[in-house]
Design a protein around this ligand. Sequence first.
Ligand code: GFB
Length: 319
Amino acid sequence: MANASFELNGKSVYVAGHRGMVGSALMRRLAREDVKLVTVDRREVDLCNQAAVFDWFAKARPQVIFLAAAKVGGIVANATLRAEFIYDNIAIAANVIQAAHVNRAEKLMFLGSSCIYPKLAPQPLREDTVLSGPLEPTNEPYAIAKIAGIKMAEAYRSQYGSDFISVMPTNLYGPGDNYHPDYSHVVAALIRRFHEAKVSGARSVVVWGTGTPRREFLYVDDMADACVHLMKTYSSAELINIGTGEDITIAEFARIVAEVVGYIGEISFDSSRPDGTPRKLLDVSRLASLGWRARTWLTHGMRQAYQAFLVASATSDKR
Ligand code: GFB
């Protein structure tokens, strides 16, 4: 049974990964709920360290867990740091899910990714297509780790009756993104590249790949809102997608970034760079049936994301 009514009020709620882009959006959203927020710094508890995680959980004993901690990055980070992506993400999922079980947490939400679906699965991607075909090679280690987390949540529900659920976000963007020139996702990479081109007066900006892949982009505060909604209303072994239900090509997206940033030069494409999966549009009908839809238009969200980039770069310049 998918529908549920879970009370968050008065509960201790742990956001794992609270300093990341998704975790910090969850912190902003949960500040509007009547909950006791619990966090722990990475310097104090490394989530890859089983003993540290088990010790901390035994003391903190959170009742509700949003498992948003992960090692993440864009297409090149995924394709290059393959060992780190599979090891860190499996370790984080294994340690936190087991600790939640041992300490009798009431509910846990595991955050996966749309890259868990087969590269050539029918579009839009339905939740039941997971494990129905080969994965996109650039991010296979990350996807396998996320599938391991999903299968853990499912197995703990089946063997122990744990109320553990898994949500699959589409490509996310917004405040708190990572703007690393090589390892970031496309949104942060292009905000930075177009901004730097505008500032330096460059006449051309290079976008990776052919520009033809299609991607769906969800503003991270919408993602956080959907997570809180699903924590309260969803209880099932089945995955649930979180997205907007709409996608655009990378070429179209690059033009939006140029406009938001105010860059007026040329845009060219470097097809020696990887395209990744050709299309990754989520079927969001399950989410819609639970009464949630995305509210932030892409251009509006991109304006907010650009402002957040300007603030972040001004802060880092002053250091
Ligand atoms: O965001 P991105 O790295 O992730 O790339 P994926 C999306 C698309 O944007 C690809 C193109 O087709 C890239 O070739 N792109 C164009 C760029 N210019 C750039 C650029 O400067 N930087 C980047 N990064 N891309 C990731 C997965 O796949 O999606 C992760 O690797 C995760 O595992 C994440 O699931 C959400 O959508 O290709």
